[in-house]
Design a protein around this ligand. Structure first.
Ligand SMILES: NC(=O)c1ccc[n+]([C@@H]2O[C@H](COP(=O)([O-])OP(=O)(O)OC[C@H]3O[C@@H](n4cnc5c(N)ncnc54)[C@H](OP(=O)(O)O)[C@@H]3O)[C@@H](O)[C@H]2O)c1
Length: 335
């Protein structure tokens, strides 16, 4: 395992963060409590110290299962969780979003479910259009001062909202969590420079493209099993977002590099993410210990310059405006 620090928080974490989003669910892609305990143990045996959850994962069960799995060894590990996702339907649930009430109750609920008296990193899970960021951060500040939260982060914020959040956070933002993989490079233009400039540790969720980059799916064959098979249209990994020419070309390049390096395509995909600028940790999901072991093997997969170029060429999305104009006339990059 390798380790890194998160921004200026002083928190040291493993470069893999174990995602718990599917702990406690009953679907075929999810993991029951016993299986989750085994995966947590395997992760710790592999040197992992870092766990990611959220108040909404499996209606709170993911946090409960993680808390139980870390019982007696909580202090040796770093626990991140999130609040702010929408709850219920219409009218808006009083504990939804990032209002003062929602933030304070969400943090207390997470602490109870996790069976701990502090959260190492608490994330704004996404934007809340109805609540000024100053209100959200003022509530977070109360929790920081009470020792309930050690560091803060954000996830899924558009770039303008992220900049606003950085500017008025009660403590320096330590971490940012975004989907990032060879099949989802959308954040590159707007986020990589800014996060580096502010010393914020980027976390990539979905580094395997939710399983696509392991190479287990085939073009034009709608999957019958596995995570992507069960994905609703609102899920990022819905088949319509994976089954396209660029992604298949990316997978072909990933396979080629995997053969060169004696690795699996999934290991190459994860090694690529870990090599990106500003990238601190890959937030990975696993349904079995075997899957987890394969992913952890990415740390010993070394990619050469020619490998990175091949992967980049195949997976690079078209440069958008205004970045095209910036490249051409303003902020030319060396090389
Ligand atoms: N901040 C956010 O908004 C946000 C959003 C989503 C996720 N996350 C976090 O990121 C974590 C990981 O996300 P993710 O699960 O979407 O990402 P992922 O790591 O790209 O995908 C994991 C899935 O890939 C499949 N897989 C893994 N290893 C495999 C292997 N060796 N061979 C074949 N298939 C394999 C498994 O699904 P199957 O075997 O069922 O196909 C597994 O559930 C979550 O648990 C959560 O903590 C955060």
């Amino acid at each position: 395992m390798k380790y890194t620090t998160l921004g200026s928080s002083g928190i040291v974490v493993s470069r893999f963060c174990l995602g718990t989003m599917l702990f406690g669910g009953t679907g075929s892609a999810e993991v029951d409590a016993k299986g989750a305990h085994r995966i947590v143990d395997a992760f710790i045996d592999g040197g992992g110290t870092y766990f990611d959850s959220a108040n909404v994962y499996t209606d709170g069960q993911a946090e409960e299962i993680l808390g139980a799995a870390l019982k007696g060894r909580r202090d040796a590990h770093v626990v991140a969780t999130k609040g702010g996702a929408q709850l219920g339907g219409q009218p808006r649930h009083p504990r939804a979003g990032l209002t003062r009430t929602a933030v304070l109750s969400s943090i207390d609920d997470s602490l109870r479910r996790l069976g701990t008296d502090y959260i190492d990193i608490w994330y704004l899970h996404g934007p809340d259009r109805l609540t000024p960021i100053e209100e959200t951060w003022a509530a977070v500040d109360i929790a920081v001062r009470a020792g309930k939260i050690r560091a803060v982060g954000f996830s899924n914020l558009p770039a303008w909202a992220a900049a606003e959040a950085v500017a008025c956070a009660p403590v320096p933002v330590a971490a940012a969590q975004y989907q990032y993989s060879l099949v989802c490079r959308d954040i590159e233009d707007d986020f990589l420079d800014g996060l580096q400039r502010h010393g914020i540790a980027l976390h990539a969720w979905g580094p395997l493209g939710q399983g696509f980059l392991t190479g287990k799916y085939r073009p034009n064959e709608k999957p019958a099993e596995g995570r992507i098979a069960g994905a609703a249209e609102s899920h990022e990994e819905h088949w319509s977002r994976r089954d396209n020419d660029r992604n298949w070309a990316t997978l072909a390049a990933t396979r080629e590099v995997a053969e060169r390096r004696g690795a699996t395509p999934g290991q190459v995909a994860v090694a690529w993410v870990l090599s990106r600028p500003a990238l601190a940790a890959g937030v990975v999901g696993a349904r079995t210990e075997r899957q987890l072991a394969e992913t952890l093997g990415a740390l010993s997969t070394h990619l050469e310059k020619a490998d990175l170029e091949l992967l980049d060429e195949a997976s690079k999305p078209p440069r958008r405006y205004p970045f095209r104009v910036v490249d051409a006339y303003f902020d030319r990059r060396p090389g």
